[in-house]
Design a protein around this ligand. Structure first.
Ligand code: ZN
Length: 251
């Protein structure tokens, strides 16, 4: 059956699937491209009377999901494709098939993400040299002014792409902080109030890093290496449940 007869979107997804299988592109790149031409509401409208076509598109999406997993170990892209398939107004039989497939992906997610697939993107296997060595703290005693604690480092695995992404992110937030601080100091110089403006600049710089960090993350499907995200990592969860913390205990 010629997929182009159903809708132009179908052969495009088919091509993306083949290119991913041949490793010409990454599954995540294929998904990013699909976002530019795959619009669920529009498809449901245009194909309102053509269930067969929507079923065919759902089938291609599931095939793509399978290739994403098999070729790239990319569960994030696989999940996205299956979510799109389920958002189409497909037949009851097709929906049952896709649901089974969705369940299998959820099982894979539980089995692999954070174990041998990257916790931050769910889209690539761990890379041995990209781990984070995360310090953990356990408070042992506390008095009015002093806190005693144990400290250790735990290896948190990650994929190579996320390592690059996180360090670029750190670079950008660092730049945002420095840029804001310098701006405030320069203004302070002209106002003859350097110290006050520097102090304000620190605060504003901190806000700027939050803004920059937040914005980068929305553009990409990579979770930042913040304490909130790290606390959910399967490697760290057992330690945190035992009372260890990511932040150094403060008196
Ligand atoms: Zn990753």
């Amino acid at each position: 059956m010629n997929l182009a007869l159903y809708h132009p979107v179908a052969p495009s997804i088919q091509t993306a699937k083949e290119q991913t299988a041949q490793r010409t592109i990454l599954a995540r790149e294929a998904v990013a491209a699909m976002k530019r031409y795959f619009f669920v509401d529009q498809l449901n409208q245009e194909l309102a009377d053509n269930e067969e076509a929507k079923d065919a598109i759902a089938t291609v999406l599931c095939d793509f999901a399978q290739v994403s997993w098999n070729t790239d170990r990319d569960l994030n892209s696989a999940m996205q494709a299956v979510t799109w398939a389920l958002a189409l107004n497909i037949s009851v039989d097709k929906r049952k098939q896709v649901w089974i497939y969705e369940e299998q992906l959820k099982d894979l997610y539980k089995k692999h993400v954070g174990i041998d697939i990257c916790h931050f993107c769910a889209a690539a296997p761990h890379h041995r040299k990209s781990s984070i060595f995360q310090p953990l703290y356990l408070e042992t005693a506390r008095s009015a002014r002093v806190v005693d604690f144990k400290k250790m480092k735990v290896e948190v695995p990650r994929c190579q792409r996320c390592e690059g992404f996180h360090s670029k992110d750190e670079g950008r937030t660092g730049l945002a902080f420095l840029g804001t601080l310098v701006l405030f100091v320069v203004i302070g110089y002209f106002m003859h109030a350097i110290l006050i403006m520097a102090a304000l600049g620190f605060g504003a710089g901190w806000v700027a890093t939050k803004l920059v960090g937040g914005r980068i993350m929305k553009d990409d499907i990579v979770r930042p290496a913040t304490n909130e995200v790290l606390a959910l990592h399967p490697v760290l969860v057992p330690w945190i449940e035992d009372g260890w913390t990511l932040e150094k205990p403060e008196p």
